[in-house]
Design a protein around this ligand. Structure first.
Ligand SMILES: NC(=O)c1ccc[n+]([C@@H]2O[C@H](COP(=O)([O-])OP(=O)(O)OC[C@H]3O[C@@H](n4cnc5c(N)ncnc54)[C@H](OP(=O)(O)O)[C@@H]3O)[C@@H](O)[C@H]2O)c1
Length: 243
């Protein structure tokens, strides 16, 4: 099956991380569906991707973090593209530094968990059946390294959310070891940003997108975990695929 026959559902495709992935997937010839709660972000994404491949980008407005709304989104996705072959999930937010736990509210912790892990669970539960039985299918989760430690003072809830997202990915690998569709977990132990905001310790979202698109293209015969610390890790994964 060539890339042009594959349809990737990119959850979080309007985000910093997701937009780089969407552009790279389109550049490799995939058709890509992106769902966002915000029409303006979808318009911005359309003008960001390469003009030559924008015809393969399908955008839909919707909320994939709500159990009720995700079913409507799923129906709209299937109506728009027929079959989905691969899913990339980069739901969440870029950064949180609201302060130490004693200064925080339960509402804030709910919001962090909802955005980082509950939306990941709700959308996985709805969309995984679309790809589950396809041995050529992939489901890729983008996660952050903040789950391992407190990155700096005041980022505690980010650690709680990121750790939950990492644990969820691990649970999926262990609960479904033999499922035909393979899970990729891409854990990024660095910041990710756009080219004109690059600084030490950050990955360019375009380079990250290239690497994630290569992983989707390559497929895998088993569930896999990839840890990215710096730009050379991105190159190493790309080179591995060329060998
Ligand atoms: N940026 C970094 O420095 C960095 C570093 C390491 C790891 N990561 C990981 O990468 C992931 C994404 O980060 P990011 O920087 O790309 O964040 P971002 O720019 O804030 O984008 C988040 C994306 O998630 C989507 N989203 C969240 N909840 C949703 C829902 N209920 N329904 C539909 N879409 C929803 C947003 O869509 P809308 O258009 O609807 O808002 C947006 O596309 C996070 O899990 C983060 O842990 C990021």
């Amino acid at each position: 099956m060539s890339n042009s026959d594959r349809v990737v559902l990119a959850l979080g495709g309007t985000g910093t991380v997701g937009s780089g992935i969407v552009k790279a997937l389109l550049d490799r010839g995939f058709r890509v569906v992106v769902v966002s709660r915000d029409s303006k972000r979808l318009e911005k994404l359309k003008s960001f991707v390469s003009p030559s491949s924008s015809g393969n980008l399908i955008t839909l407005k919707g909320n994939v973090g709500s159990e009720e709304e995700v079913e409507q989104v799923k129906q709209a996705v299937v109506e728009a593209v027929g079959k989905v072959t691969d899913i990339v999930s980069s739901l969440g937010f870029s950064w949180w530094q609201g302060g130490p736990p004693h200064t925080q509210t339960l509402k804030e912790l709910h919001w962090v968990l909802e955005t980082l892990v509950l939306s990941t669970f709700v959308s996985w539960k709805a969309f995984f059946p679309l790809v589950r039985d396809d041995p050529r299918g992939t489901y890729t989760f983008i996660t952050g390294g903040a789950g391992d430690k407190l990155l700096m003072p005041g980022t505690g809830f980010l650690t709680v959310g990121a750790a939950s997202a990492l644990a969820f990915c691990q649970v999926l690998r262990e609960e479904y070891p033999e499922v035909p569709c393979k899970f990729n977990q891409v854990t990024i132990n660095a910041g990710v940003t756009v080219p004109d905001r690059m600084a030490p310790g950050y990955l360019n979202h375009l380079d990250l997108g290239e690497t994630v698109a290569a992983l989707v293209e390559r497929r895998s015969s088993s569930h896999a975990v990839f840890t990215l610390e710096c730009a050379s890790d991105l190159k190493a994964i790309l080179l591995e695929g060329n060998m």
